[in-house]
Design a protein around this ligand. Structure first.
Ligand SMILES: Cc1ncc(C[n+]2csc(CCOP(=O)(O)OP(=O)(O)O)c2C)c(N)n1
Ligand code: SF4
Ligand SMILES: [Mg+2]
Length: 322
């Protein structure tokens, strides 16, 4: 079945993102799902430049630029300010890279998550500090090349599991998404829009110059990340209920790795080690999905801890700001 994208666009053509930039396609979809009543908060990252410098802009919604470490708290402050003025129907979306999320902005994000601030936080993860020249971040994958992990001194630790960190905060909604699966992507953004509290979306954003592949392969690379189980598509509600939203084909990781120059140095033994890591992470995730479903707790849950923080927040806010 053919999937029809919404007609309304909030991203102007002619922006300065590289051809094939996964993050630029992702923000296009995100804003199509959220609509015009959205404000975007952007810390230092590639997209701070792609969004444009005042008075130029590439987005048709308001943008607030903020410093590298503070995307979440700035967005939360904007939302509180709107609420204080009685404006309740505007979504505030933080749009940050992996460096600004997994690393330097993590304390700000953790604080906002613990307070269950009413924002949508999107991390477009291109797996390195791209805007400043492809430096390693804690989102960079195991054995990847970057300019600060040159061969043979490759990244020797695995990628930080940001989804589990967010789940541990018991936020109402966290999801992974890919621009190669637009229907799944838009569904998740729309679902996030309907929830109150902190909603976290983790997008794997293909980056042709940083990952070293031709720009026309961007969606193919993104798709292979999902189909090799390197980047599964799933959601976590209230930090407890795991749902897979796409059953991956389980292709060998080599299919994904061989398309990218950042993995061009890998030996067969290193590819095997990556495959083993991916298989292990997949079985851990599958156990969580199966565990919560088979226990029947994904649908109806009781007890203070297991109440939806999203609903609680909505009621609390109404009382507080009415
Ligand atoms: C406190 C601080 N340190 C360093 C920088 C320089 N800087 C600007 S963007 C950037 C990289 C951002 O990486 P990431 O968040 O992954 O976004 P990407 O560039 O990959 O889109 C850095 C290091 C800065 N602006 N502020
Ligand atoms: S460097 Fe990568 S993330 Fe940055 S604009 Fe280019 S493709 Fe997009
Ligand atoms: Mg990055």
């Amino acid at each position: 079945m053919r999937y029809e994208l919404p007609q309304e666009e909030f991203l102007y053509s002619g922006h300065i993102g590289c051809p094939g930039c996964g993050a630029s396609l992702a923000i296009r979809y995100a804003l199509q799902a959220l609509g015009k009543k959205t404000m975007v908060v952007i810390p230092a990252c590639c997209w701070a430049t792609v969004a444009g410098f005042f008075p130029s802009t590439s987005l048709k919604v308001p943008i607030l630029h903020t410093v590298f470490a503070t995307a979440a708290v700035t967005a939360a402050g904007v939302k509180k300010g709107l609420m204080a003025r009685g404006i309740e129907d505007i979504q505030v979306m933080a749009w940050a890279g992996d460096g600004g999320t997994f690393d330097i902005g993590l304390q700000s994000l953790s604080g906002a998550a613990e307070r269950n601030d009413d924002i949508i936080y999107v991390c477009y993860d291109n797996e390195a500090y791209m805007n400043t020249g492809i430096q390693r971040s804690s989102a960079t994958p195991f054995l990847s090349w970057t300019t600060t992990t040159p061969s043979p001194a490759l990244k020797d630790t695995t990628k930080k599991d940001i989804m589990e960190i967010m789940a541990a905060h018991r936020i109402p909604y966290a999801a992974t998404a890919s621009p190669a699966y637009p229907e799944d992507f838009l569904n998740k953004m729309r679902k996030a829009k309907g929830i109150r509290g902190l909603r976290f979306i983790h997008i794997l954003s293909s980056c042709p110059p940083g990952w070293k592949f031709p720009s026309e392969n961007s969606l193919k690379v993104s798709r292979l990340a999902v189909e090799t189980k390197i980047f599964p598509l799933y959601e976590i509600e209230n930090g407890r209920t795991y749902t897979l939203t796409h059953e991956p084909k389980g292709l060998p990781v080599q299919e994904y790795l061989k398309m990218q120059g950042r993995f061009g140095h890998l030996t067969p033994q290193q590819v095997k080690a990556i495959q083993e890591n991916v298989d292990e992470e997949w079985s851990v995730l599958k156990a969580k999905v199966g565990g919560w479903r088979s226990a029947g707790r994904g649908v109806k849950r009781t007890g203070k801890r297991e109440e939806s923080r999203g609903t609680k927040q909505k009621e609390g806010q109404k009382e507080k700001w009415a």
